[in-house]
Design a protein around this ligand. Sequence first.
Ligand code: FES
Length: 108
Amino acid sequence: MSYFERHIFFCLNQRENGEASCGDHQPQVAFDHCKKRVKAEGLAGPGGVRVNKSGCLDRCAGGPVAVVYPDAVWYTFVDNSDIDEIVESHLKKGVVVDRLVLPDSVGR
Ligand code: FES
C-alpha cells in the first residue's frame, strides 16, 4: 500500500527560448483548479490523491501536460472543465479519460 493512491503532476515549465512549453498555456490555472477540486471531493491526503507541480516532463510539444502515477497516464487539457473530468473520472474512480490522453507519439 503506497502512501498516496495517486499523484498527478502538472508541468509548469516556461521556456524562454521560444520553444514550445507548457508555460505558454497558463498551467498554474489548471494546477490550482485541480488542487481545489481534489480537496473539495475529499480525495486529498494519505490514501488519496496528491497534486504536484513539476518541471519539464519532456513532452513539451503536447503542452500543457499532466501525468498520473502510478498509472502512467499522460494528459493534455484545454480548460478547467477538462480538469474536472480528470478529477471526477480518473482521480476519483480510476477511469482514464481517453479523449484527453496524450498520444505516445508526442514528445519534446
Ligand atoms: S515544458 Fe512541459 S513537458 Fe516540457
